[in-house]
Write a protein that binds this ligand. Structure first.
Ligand code: UDP
Length: 353
């Protein structure tokens, strides 16, 4: 008789961009995965390859439902060993256009997940966002830095606030109910399967370049970001949930020297992101070059036209990743050009490319 040592993970938002890569990585290492996704921004196409490769008998199931369905969440939480919560309303365009949906999905959804996890005391990873730092001007941002948010009349900030409430609530469950929770604050994450439909810049630029359209650079393009490959992000998420469930897996053997003895994981917040910074104009030029397009094929668009009058962006957003590096030895491995090539190859394979 063989005794299975694999874990069973519940992934909310598992049909989304990051969730589908995470599901794939866990299934590939022999774990079982159940996804719950309402397909609002997630897509069946993201998990169809998984459904082909891993059927129910070798560990893959999915429920098309909302995480606010308490009965379903209760059953799924009772059946798994640990939960990774990725379901959320994300994307600046989606947030600006659907503020009620954003706030309700993020706050009520996370509340439902926390209640179910607490009922069965299941280790839980909550994904948050670098948006919670708001328009603070510190470079880089460390987990305990103060947050600087704009006024409530600017709907962009509702996303930051909704995810900050998620963090507060998760940490409160940890304190009040000893729930083993860890929070990953994700900076800009990119890779195949991300859609530009909700505003994300890299898939938008790639799609525009492949269609021969001008790349829509907002404002003067001097704002900068750090783009991390989804594969690196998934490695961090798995390292964090493994540590929270007491498994000691090295996420990066080569960096074991920087991993300190028994760093606390549970009840902690970790930045996850790349530290290589690039301006949006430079990003546009890199994508134009990698797609053999005209290097001048750029159109500058004021923020007010791109989003709404009074829209506020942040000029720079760089993570301090010392904490996760010390705790897990994690650091990103995949350079930006490699990531952009992956996104271009993926986009070329799409039906409308
Ligand atoms: N951006 C842009 N053109 C686009 C979409 C986005 O210039 O078509 C800019 C956007 O204003 C921001 C940066 O690219 O400064 C990253 O935007 P994204 O929405 O991908 O992420 P976030 O704003 O959350 O960092």
């Amino acid at each position: 008789m063989t005794i299975s040592t694999s874990n069973h993970y519940l992934i909310t938002g598992g049909a989304g961009f990051i969730g589908s890569h995470l599901s794939e990585a866990l299934l590939d290492r022999g774990d079982r995965v159940t996804i719950i996704d309402d397909l609002s921004t997630g897509r069946m196409a993201n998990i169809a390859p998984l459904a082909d490769r891993y059927r129910r008998d070798n560990g893959f199931t999915f429920a098309i439902d909302t995480i606010t369905n308490a009965m379903v969440m209760d059953r799924l939480a009772s059946e798994c060993d640990a939960i990774l919560h990725l379901a959320a309303a994300v994307g600046v365009r989606l947030i600006v256009e659907n503020p009620v949906h954003t706030i309700e999905t993020n706050i009520l959804g996370t509340q439902a997940v926390l209640r179910a996890a607490a009922r069965y005391r299941k280790p839980l990873l909550i994904t948050s966002t670098s948006e919670v730092y708001g328009k603070g001007t510190r470079v880089p941002f460390a987990e305990d830095d103060d947050r600087v948010l704009g006024p409530t009349t600017r709907s962009r900030w509702s996303y930051a606030e909704s995810k900050a409430i998620d963090e507060f609530l998760a940490l409160a469950y940890h304190k009040a109910h000893a729930l083993p929770v860890v929070i990953a604050r994700l900076f800009n994450t990119v890779g195949p399967r991300q859609t530009g439909q909700y505003g994300m810049v890299v898939p938008r630029f790639v799609q525009q370049a492949l269609a021969g359209d001008a790349l829509t650079v907002y404002a003067d393009g001097q704002q900068s970001r750090c783009f991390c490959n989804v594969g690196d992000v998934v490695r961090a998420l798995i390292g964090l949930i493994d540590a929270a469930t007491g498994m000691d897996t090295a996420v990066d053997d080569t960096d074991a020297s920087v991993k300190s003895e028994k760093s606390p994981i549970v009840g902690e917040v970790f930045n996850v992101g790349a530290t290589q910074e690039i301006t949006i104009l430079e990003l546009a030029r890199r994508i134009l070059s990698l797609t053999n397009s005209d290097p001048e094929c750029v159109r500058f668009v004021p923020y007010a036209d791109a989003y709404e009058p009074g829209f506020e962006d942040m000029q720079r957003r760089v993570p301090d990743t010392t904490k996760i590096q010390r705790a897990l030895g994690w650091q990103p491995r995949i350079p930006l050009d490699e990531t952009l090539k992956q996104v271009i190859t993926y986009a070329r394979g799409l039906p409308n490319a």
